[in-house]
Design a protein around this ligand. Structure first.
Ligand SMILES: [Zn+2]
Length: 476
């Protein structure tokens, strides 16, 4: 059976999005192709937004907000915001500001790197790694600097395991990596006849360039069609060149890097695009439907572009005030906040057949079993009776499965952007996720039908939330 459009889009998206910058850029391309207009936070929006319109903006090119204003939005009695939230970043290995290490043992030229987030770092060993990210490039006359995305595409780096014969039994059993000592990848043999060289020692290049491995800079410059001396700065990360693929005897799995949380990025984008195309539903809609995809979740969300930033609250406030030309004030804004609702979607842990005891058997989600509703009495997740009911009811009416998850009492629990958004904005929130295995591995795996399920659930949320909120008036 051929993959569904959502699975095909996800395969393409994961394969083309090695970093959070590529992730946002590819989502942006999809939104533009679907007729969304890009707006800038540096412009005023008053008069620029109108009911029925669809818009998006990015911050730092790593966080993205896209929204559809309902055709029945009424400034005199403003509706709420129906939000699907997620995150654009994933744990990875990044190149340090001074990547040059010089020739190491065995003549190996390595790069200095920094671990980002909580990766399962041993899964990065023996992979065919390449480099991607954003580069700030000076114009030839030095008068301007532009950002360009780069993807070196081919395998260039490797972090080899230490062979088994050089490890004691204890070392093998411990399988321990020191992030500073053991993750430095090999780029080359430091032999200039193999294509190395010292282009960065030229007069006129700055300290940034001088601190980097020249062979890396040359490859980046070659890819971008510029001179090494034009490279003003960059944020580059390593990634596995192995593309996303379907697996399983019936192709029931999708294996890829960065499912956490590009799975939410692509499904929420597909959903808001689909909803924007539902002319009748949008015409009747008195709310704003919005997706908010944040950077820096993997390191705690406390940054200018993370879920802990003012972005979510500012989006609600600014969009409301731009639509309420003349009528908007704090009282109107508070009404909007009370009518709003966030579905925070991040990947969830499916039960692992080799480690089934890690789940409470009554709360052991399975892959392709539908969206997981995440519960935690200690508020690591935001779900409560009201918000849980709303999402379960949306799914029930759309004939979509849901599953319940609570972590075992003797196990630490993850967390995500839901509690952070709630804390910052006071908006009602709910945490869900698509079930997967191997979270934070270099190669993760999930069920394909959970991607379709997510798109349908988000579209149904945009379509039916208001009537459910009215039905449960007074519960929350
Ligand atoms: Zn995540």
């Amino acid at each position: 059976m051929a993959p569904t459009p959502a699975v095909t889009a996800a395969l393409e998206h994961f394969g083309a999005s090695p970093t959070q910058f590529h992730n946002c850029a590819n989502l942006k391309d999809r939104l533009v192709a679907a007729g969304f207009s890009e707006i800038s936070e540096a412009d005023t929006w008053t008069g620029a937004l109108s009911p029925g319109g669809k818009y998006f903006y990015t911050r730092n090119t790593s966080t993205l907000v896209a929204f559809v204003v309902g055709g029945a939005y009424n400034p005199a009695s403003p509706g709420g915001f129906k939000v699907v939230g997620g995150h654009t970043d994933s744990p990875n290995i990044r190149i340090k500001p001074h990547s040059k290490r010089g020739a190491g043992a065995g003549g190996a030229t390595q790069l200095n790197v920094e671990a980002y987030g909580g990766g399962l770092w041993h899964t990065w060993l023996d992979r065919d790694l390449s480099v991607a990210g954003r580069v700030l490039v000076r114009s030839p006359d030095g008068s301007t600097v532009t950002q360009q995305l780069v993807d070196l595409e081919r395998p260039l780096l490797t972090i080899p395991n230490l062979c088994i014969h050089l490890q004691t039994g204890d070392e093998r059993a411990a399988l321990k990596l020191n992030k500073e000592d053991h993750l430095q990848p090999i780029l080359a043999l430091a032999d200039k006849t193999l294509g190395g060289g010292a282009a960065a020692d030229d007069a006129g290049v700055d300290n940034f360039v001088k601190g980097h491995e020249p062979m890396l800079l040359q490859e980046v410059a070659r890819k971008l069609g510029c001179e090494v001396s034009q490279i003003a700065d960059f944020e580059l990360a390593l990634y596995d060149t192995n593309k996303a693929a379907l697996s399983g005897i019936n192709k029931e799995f999708l294996a890829s890097a960065r499912l956490d949380n590009q799975a939410t990025c692509i499904t929420s984008a597909l959903a808001i695009i689909e909803y924007a195309g539902m002319a009748d539903a949008v015409a009747k809609d008195a709310d704003v439907s919005l997706i908010a995809l944040f950077d820096h979740e993997e390191v705690g969300s406390a940054s200018a572009v993370g879920a802990g930033s003012p972005i979510m609250g500012e989006a609600v406030r600014r969009i409301s005030s731009a639509l309420n030309t003349g009528g908007g004030n704090e009282d109107f804004f508070q009404t909007t906040l009370r009518k709003s609702f966030v579905i925070s979607c991040d990947q969830a842990h499916a039960v692992h057949p080799n480690y089934a005891h890690k789940h409470d058997k009554n709360h052991a989600p399975k892959m392709n079993g539908g969206m997981v509703i995440k519960n935690n009495a200690n508020q690591r997740y935001t779900t409560n009776a009201f918000t849980g009911f709303i999402v379960r009811e949306i799914a029930r009416r759309a004939n979509l499965n849901t599953q319940e998850f609570v972590v075992r009492n003797d196990c630490p629990c993850g967390s995500t952007i839901g509690p952070i958004i709630s804390e910052k904005t006071g908006i009602r929130c709910m945490d869900v996720g698509m079930p997967q295995l191997a979270m934070h591995s270099c190669r993760e795996i999930m069920g394909t039908s959970d991607l379709d399920n997510a798109v349908s659930l988000f579209v149904s949320f945009f379509e039916t939330f208001r009537s459910l909120d009215e039905m449960t008036f007074g519960c929350a």
